[in-house]
Design a protein around this ligand. Structure first.
Ligand code: 5GP
Length: 194
């Protein structure tokens, strides 16, 4: 199975996924894809753990060398899914989780329609979202906060394209819902494979 998790910047999708992957049961079942990005590293982020941070030239080289399965330009920075990782996991029969924007979710669903489940994380309110984005970007320009908010509104409108939605009002509850969706999809998928 391939799980694609999307949600506006500040929806809490990264924290949710981190919590979930801390659980031994799910960590055993799922591998997270680490994307390439040309965006600068935020404080607390680590090379190779959160993203593979690349210079633009290296990104172009990776694209030319067909090392990229899908890519997007998000607010001026490039983000991309490594082809080797995804294809390697599929070959091994492993399950993958990817955190992607709407364009990425559409692409993966198109490439692997039968084994992709898309999940959209909804923030509790636009006000919460604005606060989270502003906190995260406290050293970033005001302009980026408003661009991320604008994009978040558009992403929220597209949330009905997803197979599942989870409202991240309470972290504990949202982790529980996400875990339920994934385990259910995994067991159904296993049944159809037998
Ligand atoms: P952020 O800068 O907040 O880490 O990520 C910005 C957006 O890019 C988020 O919606 C995130 O899910 C998305 N994103 C991260 N990596 C990839 C990727 O490899 N492909 C696509 N399509 N989107 C990505």
């Amino acid at each position: 199975m391939i799980f694609v998790i999307s949600g506006p910047s500040g929806s809490g999708k990264t924290t949710l996924l981190e919590r979930l992957l801390k659980e031994a049961g799910l960590r055993r079942l799922l591998r997270k894809s680490i994307s390439f990005t040309t965006r600068p590293k935020r404080s607390g982020e680590r090379q190779g753990r959160d993203y593979v941070f690349l210079a633009r030239d290296d990104f172009r080289r990776a694209l030319k060398a067909k090392k990229i399965l899908e890519w997007t330009n998000f607010l001026g920075y490039y983000y991309a899914t490594p082809r080797d990782f995804v294809e390697g996991q599929i070959k091994k029969g492993g399950n993958i989780v990817l955190c992607l924007d709407l364009a990425g979710a559409r692409k993966i669903k198109r490439l692997y329609p039968r084994n992709t489940a898309t999940i959209f994380i909804v923030p509790p309110s636009l006000e919460t979202l604005r606060r989270r984005i502003a906190q995260r970007c406290h050293r970033t320009k005001k302009e980026e906060v408003s661009r991320r908010l604008e994009l978040a509104r558009a992403e929220l409108r597209a949330s009905r394209e997803y197979d599942f939605t989870v409202v991240n009002k309470n972290l504990h509850q949202a982790v529980k819902e996400l875990r339920g969706i994934m385990l259910n999809a995994l067991s159904q998928h296993r049944c159809t494979q037998i």
